[in-house]
Design a protein around this ligand. Structure first.
Ligand code: AMP
Ligand code: MG
Length: 327
């Protein structure tokens, strides 16, 4: 939905399939080097794997492990997948100075209920929600114990899960013997091909944040992940004004002035979390952050203040970035 695979060019066309996971996330799979039967088997494994992960982290399902944690239970033996995800999320929270933080859930709830009542949160409500926000409240132990240090802490993996699902799908396709593949989980793209100078790059389009479905630029990649966080994906509308679905966990306020961040790195889990983090940091701080980190590249579309939109492209991505003609 966000970034779009335009044409994973290669001499031979891939086998393709699309799935809808339980949470309604559209999944598109392209793979090369498999016969139809092994491809179909791999696709159904991907479907089952994503269902399993969804069932664990969905906050819409009262019986999910994350819902149990959010009701105040300690999980002494969380599934390995959940402790892995929580561990990575905590690590990235530390690495981004708390710009990415899975404990934003109380803010999501606050904005949801204020939207239903068509009013803005009060200062007292912000203070109450912020009291439980902060990744330091979460402990993840290697034996799988996940616990919170105070009541009211709640987790939301919405900023990292799709990238992880896409990584898992690619791992399954590789195990099945694919020689090249690309998976799109609700716009989060992870691709893989063996290192080979002669290989055709994958071409992935970046959506214009105000252009309906229109693509404004194309990235060429040898493999790896491309994930976009966009203010147009989901938002809260109060009194005819739109508020972004991504919060600055330090102030509790929805981010303003950033329209989209497309993050390029090796894995989907990192691309997803760092896209959300750079969105919170904004173009100046976020741009410097990706320039300091050799593994991260980004395209940031932001409001320059004068009414026009500006595009930041990190230096390491310039060679692989192509702006399309307007119109
Ligand atoms: P994404 O589209 O990947 O940027 O994820 C946005 C979703 O992640 C939101 O809908 C929230 O559920 C959650 N979220 C919002 N703000 C943050 C944040 N600062 N850190 C982590 N997750 C967030
Ligand atoms: Mg994200």
């Amino acid at each position: 939905m966000l970034a779009m695979a335009i044409s994973p060019a290669a001499a031979e066309p891939p086998l393709k399939a699309s799935l809808n996971a339980m949470g309604g996330i559209p999944i598109a799979i392209s793979a090369w080097g498999l016969d139809q039967q092994s491809f179909d088997a791999a696709v159904s494994e991907v479907g089952a794997r994503i269902e399993q992960l969804e069932a664990m982290i969905s906050t819409y399902r009262p019986d999910s492990e994350v819902s149990r944690l959010n009701r105040g239970e300690t999980l002494d033996s969380s599934p390995a997948d959940l402790s892995f995800l929580a561990f990575v999320a905590k690590w990235i929270a530390g690495d981004t100075g708390g710009a990415f933080d899975i404990t934003v859930k109380p803010l999501v709830e606050l904005w949801r209920s204020c939207t239903a009542q068509q009013r803005l949160p009060t200062d007292a409500e912000y203070q109450a929600a912020l009291a439980t926000v902060g990744y330091g409240h979460v402990s993840v132990l290697l034996d799988g114990t996940i616990s919170f240090d105070m009541p009211g802490v709640m987790l939301d993996f919405g900023g990292i899960a799709k990238g992880y699902f896409a990584d898992e799908a690619v791992a399954l396709l590789r195990e099945a013997g694919a020689t090249r593949c690309l998976v799109d989980v609700g716009g989060d793209i992870v691709s893989w091909q063996p290192a080979d100078e002669a290989a055709e790059p994958f071409r992935v389009g970046i959506r214009h944040p105000r252009g309906g479905g229109e693509v404004f630029a194309v990235l060429s990649l040898d493999g790896g992940a491309v994930v976009t966080s966009g203010d147009y994906e989901r938002y809260y509308e109060i009194g005819g004004r739109r508020y972004c679905h991504i919060f600055d966990p330090r102030t509790g306020r929805p981010v303003e002035g950033v329209l989209s961040v497309t993050l390029v790195t090796r894995s989907g889990i990192d691309a997803d979390a760092y896209a959300t983090a750079v969105f919170v940091m904004g173009p100046q701080v976020g741009g410097k952050f990706v320039e300091r980190n050799e593994a991260l590249e980004a395209v940031i579309v932001f409001d320059a203040g004068s009414g026009g939109l500006e595009v930041y492209v990190s230096p390491g991505l310039l060679e692989r970035f192509e702006l399309l003609e307007a119109g």
